[in-house]
Every structure is written in C-alpha cells, then in structure tokens.
Design a binder for this molecule. Sequence first.
Ligand SMILES: *Cc1c(COP(=O)(O)O)cnc(C)c1O
Length: 423
Amino acid sequence: MSDYKLGPEYALQQDQNDILKSYRNQFHIPKDKKGNDLIYMTGNSLGLQPKQTKSYVNQELDDWAKLGVEGHFGAKNPWLPYHEFLTENMAKIVGAKPIEVIIMNTLTANLHFMMASFYQPTASRYKILIESDAFPSDKYAVESQLRHHGFNHEDGVVLWKPRQGEELLNYEDLEDILDEQGKEIALIMIGGVNYYTGQFFDLKRITDLGHKHGCIVGFDCAHGAGNVQLNLHDSGADFAAWCTYKYLNSGPGSLAGCFVHERHAYRKDLNRFAGWWSHNKETRFNMRGEFDQLPGAEGWQLSNPPILSMAAIKSSLDIFTEVGIVALTEKSRKLTGYFEFLLKSLGEDIIRIITPSNPEERGCQLSIQVKNADKLLHQKLTEAGVISDWREPDVIRCAPVPLYNSFEDVYRLVEKLRAILND
Ligand SMILES: *Cc1c(COP(=O)(O)O)cnc(C)c1O
C-alpha cells in the first residue's frame, strides 16, 4: 500500500472517509489532565470501555434488586441461559460453530481445563511444544501441567525459537522439531498472535503439521480474538482459549472464551473435570441423578457464571456483531499499514519494526525497536500523552485498534515520537 501520504491532511481525510469513524464516539477515551484525549495504543492489553456497557451492567443490577433469585428466569435477560446470548456472536468473531464456543472462567484457567482433557501424556509421548517467547502465564501453565503429571518441566518443554539474530518464528524450524521429536510431543500450544512480536501464525498449517505427527494442537488466542480472522473451526485446532478484556473490550479480568473443535463435541471418553453447569440443562436441578454430560464446549463449564461480567461481554459483542470482523480487519489493515508507513519515514536506521510486514501475518499491533532506546523513551512518550507498552529489553508495542483509534491518533503518535527522537 504505497498510496499513504505524509502530513496531517491525509490522516484527517482518511478519518472522514472511514465508515467505522462513528464507533470511536461509542467508547470512553481516557483523557489527560487538561481533558484532551490521550493517544491510547494499548487496546491489546486492556480494551476501552464502550459507553453502553454501563447500561448493560445496570440492567442486571436492577433486575437483581427487583427480582432476587427470580432473576434466573424472570430477568429481562434471564441469568440461567445468559451465556447462550453470547455464544453465537462470539463464535462469529473467532470463526467457529456455536457448539464449539463457550464463555467461562478466565484465560489461564481455561488453558488448564483444556489441558486436563487434551494433554494426556504417556511415558514416551509427554512433551509440550510452545513458542520460546510464549506469554509467561502460558509457559507457567504448561510447566505446571508437566509437573502435575510427574514429568520434569525442564526436559518436557520444547521451545520453537527464532533463528539467531531474528525475532519471528519460522515454519521450517517447526517442521524440523517435529521431524526430530514429533513422537515425543503430546501437545503443541502456541499463541495464535504472539504477544511480543505481533506475529499472526497460520493456525491451519501448524495444526496440520501437529496432527500429522500425532500431536494435539491448541492455541491461546488472547491477542487474536477481535483482532484478526482466526477461523478456528477451519484451522482444525483441537482447542483454543482467549480473554475478552483485550481487543474484546469487556473490562479488566472479565471472563474468557474457549473453543473445542466439533469433532470432540460428543466424546465421553475425554478426561475432564465436571460441575453442575457441565450437566444436561433439562435435569440440572434434579440434583440427585447420575451425571449427564452436555455436548460441545458447554460441557466444559463448571459453575454458574458471573452475570455482571457477562453483561459487559454482551455489550461489547453487540458492537462487534454490528460492525463484523470483516469490516473491522479491513480498516485495521489500512490503519496499521499507515502506521508502518509513517514509522518508516522516521528512518529505517533508527526504527526497526519486528512485527511481520505482510498484513496476512499480523493484526493491528506493531512492535517497534528504536535504536539505542531505553525505558526513558517510553516515559517521554507517556508524558507526551501516548499510552503504549514497554517490553524489556527494548520493544514498544503499539496497537491502533480499528474500533476506536483514528488515523489522526496514529499521525499524532508518530509526530510525538519524531519530536522526542529529534530532541
Ligand atoms: C493476556 C494474556 C494472558 C493473561 O491470562 P489471564 O489468565 O487472563 O490473566 C495469558 N496468555 C496470553 C497469551 C495473553 O496474551
């Protein structure tokens, strides 16, 4: 895309032509002390609050106040089946069938529940393959699963590493690892979009490779859900999990999503933990019968869920459903492409973008290395009104989010960076 232009007029004109421009106004944009909008580039850490979320949460508070326990059936959105109101819309966002998706628990908890079912190590096949730069929580989770099953986590974790002097991961290297150790690897669990580099992996390619070697394949899609088109069903992955507080704007610590591929929907042989919410809905309240497993991802639920958090998710999903992930990713590509173009204008000897330049291999986030930079640069950016994210040793992560970030945001961010670098 070389028709991007320098200068503020271009940004303003792009904002004017943006069919999604009205959505910015549907979000609370954090402000500086003078009341000006901050340049918020951390929707990949905590998405902004939709203005309508308060009324969605208040609806449930009001129904609880008025109805007490009767709200389970009598609330405007009855609490008993509340999660069902979210399933279809969430399934569209991640490219899954409704039977494959459930909103429950938190992300790391879901990874553990998925591993309880899908990580069934034997003496000869017990290793777990992850990216060398996996999100810490995921790394701790797989290490603790190995220990839980009596294996040594140091020899049980296999790392898919970048080549010397590189940041991004290479599929040929994954093939080599699998050719060498595939028979020993029980599970491959990869971040669908790597949190550090922003690399969006080819989920289908990884799944096919893993399955060819007899491995189970799961993805952590925390940085993918609401950001890229994941097509989880078509990827063939066995399972996936993601949080809803990053690109899905559902509030700090909100509930997470979970995907279990349709081919596992009716399996009764899988090891899993159960609770009353995994039980047949018709007879759940009989309380004295035999356990009767719900089919599909729903069957992995344990507890009745926190409705206030679900209400915030419903609010956000209603916006996503209106916009659609296709229109969203279309704007995202333009916005991030523009960001990349402006960053390059700062001088490719000073700025290095470690995120893939191919739009197919990334979402909205760019991870930027600035020559000789330290944390002071990030501090200066913050003082200049830019909310971005610093990762040791030298990376600034910025995610212009298509729902609420503008071309003007991106323009102003790069101008502030230019001013700091020229200082
Ligand atoms: C954000 C994130 C987490 C956070 O886990 P929680 O259980 O929600 O605290 C885990 N893994 C990845 C890849 C993430 O991006």
